[in-house]
Design a protein around this ligand. Sequence first.
Ligand code: ADP
Ligand code: ZN
Length: 778
Amino acid sequence: MGPFVSVLLLSPPYSILTYALPDYLPRDAWFPGCRVLAPLGNGSRAAVLLDTESDPPPGVEVKPLLWPLEREPLLDADYLDMARNLAARQCRGLGEVLAALLPQGFRSAKVAFEDRSGGRPRRVEAAALRKADQGELERLAGAWMRGEMGQATPLAREAERYVILECEPPWPIRPGAKRQEEVLEFLLGRGDTPLPVLKSALGDGADRAVSALADKGLVRIAREAWEPAPEKEGPADDAWSLEPTAEQAEVIGNLREALERGAFHPALLHGVTGSGKTLVYLHLARACLEAGRSVLVLAPEVALALALYRRFHGALGEKVAFHHGYQARARREKLFERAARSPEPTVVVGTRSSLFLPQRDLGLVILDEEHDESFKQEERLSYQAKEVAWFRCERAGAVLLLGSATPDVKTYQAGESGAMVKHTLANRVGGGRLPGVDLVDMSQAGPEPLGSTTAEALQATVEAGEQAVILLNRRGYAPIMFCQVCREPVGCPECKVSLTFHKARGRLLCHYCGHSSPFPCVCGQCGQADMFPMGEGTERLEERLGDLLPSGTNVLRLDRDAGRNQERMEAILAKFARGEAQVLVGTQMLSKGHHFPDVTLAVAADADLGLNLPDYRAAERVFQLLVQVSGRAGRGEKPGRVLIQTRSPSHPFWNFVLRADYEGFFRRELEMRRRFGYPPFAKLGLIRLSHKAGDEGGASELKRLSSLLRERAAELGVRMLGPAPAPLAQLKGRLRFHCLCKADAWPDLRSLYAEARSAVGRDSPLRLNLDLDPLNML
Ligand code: ADP
Ligand code: ZN
């Protein structure tokens, strides 16, 4: 038998197995990267053909493969290398990684073929192929090779049904209807959810609860998740009628040259807010398409990606596709296939996961708002989009353009050191000035969240018929619900944190584990109902503004509760953009890249928030947030003003914020990082360890592992802090410990972690994971 090939299963256990090539199909029906049907046990699995092998492993019965799933490769060699690279970085298997990247239809063995050789198309199931005799197989092989046999699925799929929440709490349901309440709470927390997901999360009875809720009109069942309608809305400005400014023209010229060279060219576009970065992107995208190569544009979140998409679509037309991670399955699969098979160069605008579309011949990859933390994915397969983009561009010989008004310190340093080429847009378009920024001293202020200067400025703005945005990076009504009798906040039973009061929902919520309990309630300690909400969240601020501002003023709120799904978030942003409200209150969501020409006042209600977090990036993050929110003001004709409320106005940090002085901030920050050995001067990895609270076994395991870690770290030259209790010492009933590791190279961190991993058994009470370049140090 033979020749032999190794294939990788696209479903658990993701093994690499040896198969023979069957004799009924010619050799060239098979190629590396080809998805195939591999018989295994009583059924078949989808797999990827990796390599041709000379010999099968001894003593193993080698079966022949059943059938190829494609005539042209969906995944090319570069794509597979990208997946290998991801796997190596994250210490994961290639199969697991590919399974996370490929839409479900492309790793399913539930396929049927269509045989068109006999005139009328005939369906051939995979199971029928397994039973077919040699004559039939040879006949079908002929049809396959002549292109008269193809796949009938996966593009004709059963429709997905989504459950969509239709109205806000409090909901008009019977108090005893627990199931229904669970469904509503789930949807409120998670957004639109496919019915099967809801059923598996909530178990029996969820089905009936959903129908009952649908009858009452509280939820709706739809064929697909919401998709934005790109054509209808959006600015109708014709990008090509704008004459690039001298600054823009220079950047476009330089990067066009790089595009024409067709070699890898990593570049930073540092352009102040409102400097017209988008027009630069558009000109480069057009040049790239003219050179016959594909373009990928990434934004940190769906709403921003959508705004960019609308501009690209308006300028470059139908060839521009929109992609994001929450798309309905059928649509994702269609986009995936089109990216690989389109005869023309493609343009995709989307969020980070668009990087994994198999676009061919990429010539230009743009990451807008590159400093944004959403470019790192932490759940499931973790990756940093900037690194993956770097890898893809290096392979493809493409221009990689990272754009921001407040670049990541690491990116800016790469620009300074020559690892990237730095381009600058120092001025706002049309001579617009950056807004004037003032500090509002809150050090003597009482519990009122807005100082008198701020309150007056807001009133004046509203009276002048202009708009204001207010940033408060804390959702909910109040972060603490305080029992006046015990003098204690109500805490989460599973986590060592206090519960946040959400007034409209009438609930106390844990923002870490999702625990939720009704309010009003009695104190768990003393049984009294003497509770008092302390502190300020967006919901409370919104309520206060109602009293503060002239009657008839409309206030909108943008946070994860109000904009719980894309559709609602879009609706809020669109409403504000149309001027239907004068004030928009929100969390950091509202600081991001949105263009509101009528906003003349931006307020940071509690600018100190986040500055004292135990995290080396705290200052960078707050600087970016404040400069970005300042950048929302004065983008139109009228000049803007920014008010920053702080309780420590003498802190030197504010000088940089007041002047939006990125350079100055960067120099100081870099010096600190050099002194304390933080990135970009070291590679950072956070090993997170946890065990159940009160578990003796876990505690002693931790002790054992700690000394092993310290020993190995010393040998590897890794500088290690900890293991020590994490700032959030207990979450979801588990005690958490952190081990912060600094090294000169990533592989040192990986080998340290790998050794720790192998030192804990499968059934160890200790859980551990490695977060490379951690963004969240809590
Ligand atoms: P940034 O992303 O740098 O904050 P945008 O790309 O959103 O800025 O541009 C801000 C505004 O300036 C947009 O309304 C855009 O249409 C406009 N604009 C950009 N370039 C020009 C130009 N050369 N001439 C006139 N208007 C421009
Ligand atoms: Zn909790």
